[in-house]
Write a protein that binds this ligand. Structure first.
Ligand SMILES: Cc1cc2nc3c(=O)[nH]c(=O)nc-3n(C[C@H](O)[C@H](O)[C@H](O)COP(=O)(O)OP(=O)(O)OC[C@H]3O[C@@H](n4cnc5c(N)ncnc54)[C@H](O)[C@@H]3O)c2cc1C
Length: 289
């Protein structure tokens, strides 16, 4: 197996163009598992850990540009205030060792429907910046996931960064697992409120072939909040509104029965998580958040 180790972004893109079959490796927390289990035997590995550009983040143009190689630990420590949904999700990933090595770019590269970054990226309206020697393009997160463990990258492309609007209001993330830590999501959900823009964002994980938004639930809630004057009054949410939001989130899912849970349990769990995360987010809005 060839081991390619570029030390700059330009070198990395040139290497991927010359060897499109080379498998990128960042934290290696997915790739090394696949190699150890002999699930993959790539002709070459393209090590991205010596590319300094990938491990940086910067704020500008109203967005955080998060380098694909920024670890979960750094998202939690450095961006928890600006990207609370993503940081909450990051706190649930694996163990401290996995959070030190694992990256948001790696989660997108793996494109597992259960990846914990996806719901907060969808809820926040994030975009994925991808590049090749041919140029740079940005792909809305909602269009990046094409199927189970399939994403929109061309063979010569790499993920450069994730472009995420800083939270415009409260965000909440919830994940059901079969235990409390070191667990792949049975189902997960993120909600993001944007009181100034009068908008609601959502993201569903591990309950469809790809992570996805619950668009009808977003529209319903934004409209219902507006109609009832709740954005202004910050009064308690009516139980019927919470219930309908949960039902619409549940209806957006398309889960399967598998070893981690049944489709029915996932649907039920999503409705519960939708109501709970919305309640938590609304409570912090009522408290001035
Ligand atoms: C014990 C354990 C627990 C885990 N727990 C969780 C969990 O709770 N939640 C969760 O979501 N995941 C979990 N994972 C999976 C994994 O940690 C995450 O998916 C992580 O985000 C992968 O990041 P990485 O940098 O290690 O990626 P890698 O393993 O280096 O790469 C993952 C994939 O992305 C591709 N890739 C990486 N960087 C790029 C790039 N810049 N451009 C293009 N492609 C790229 C690789 O080729 C590969 O296909 C766990 C893994 C382990 C081993």
């Amino acid at each position: 197996m060839d081991f390619l180790q570029p030390t700059s972004w330009d070198e990395a893109l040139a290497a991927k163009a010359a060897r499109p079959e080379a498998l990128p490796i960042a934290g290696g927390t997915d790739v090394m598992v696949e190699l150890n289990f002999d699930a993959r035997r790539p002709a070459a590995l393209l090590d991205l850990t010596s590319v300094p550009e990938l491990s940086q983040w910067a704020a500008g143009d109203g967005r955080i540009r998060l380098g694909a190689g920024v670890s979960y630990t750094r998202v939690i420590d450095e961006l928890g205030d600006r990207l609370p949904g993503l940081a909450m999700a990051a706190r649930t990933v694996g163990s401290p060792q996995i959070r030190n090595r694992g990256t948001v770019g790696g989660n997108l590269g793996a494109a597992s429907p259960a990846g914990d970054c996806h719901p907060p990226l969808l809820a926040a309206g994030a975009e994925v910046e991808v590049a090749s020697v041919r140029g740079v393009r940005t792909i809305p997160a909602a269009d990046f996931y094409l199927g189970v463990k399939r994403n929109a990258l061309a063979p010569d492309e790499l993920i450069a960064a994730i472009l995420i609007p800083p939270a415009a209001g409260p965000q909440q993330f919830s994940k059901i697992g079969t235990r409390n830590a070191m667990v792949i999501a049975v189902a997960s959900f993120c909600v993001a409120l944007d009181p100034a823009g009068r908008m609601v964002g959502t993201g569903i994980g591990s309950a469809a072939p790809t992570p996805r938004r619950a668009a009808a639930a977003e529209l319903f809630l934004a409209g219902a909040l507006e109609e009832a004057g709740l954005w202004e009054s910050r009064a308690d949410l009516p139980a019927a509104m919470l219930r309908e939001f949960g039902d619409k989130v549940k209806a957006a899912a398309d889960p399967v029965d598998d070893v981690r849970g049944t489709a029915a349990y996932r649907r039920h769990g999503l409705a519960v998580m939708a109501r709970r995360t919305l309640t938590w987010a609304w409570n912090s809005y009522q408290e001035g958040g």
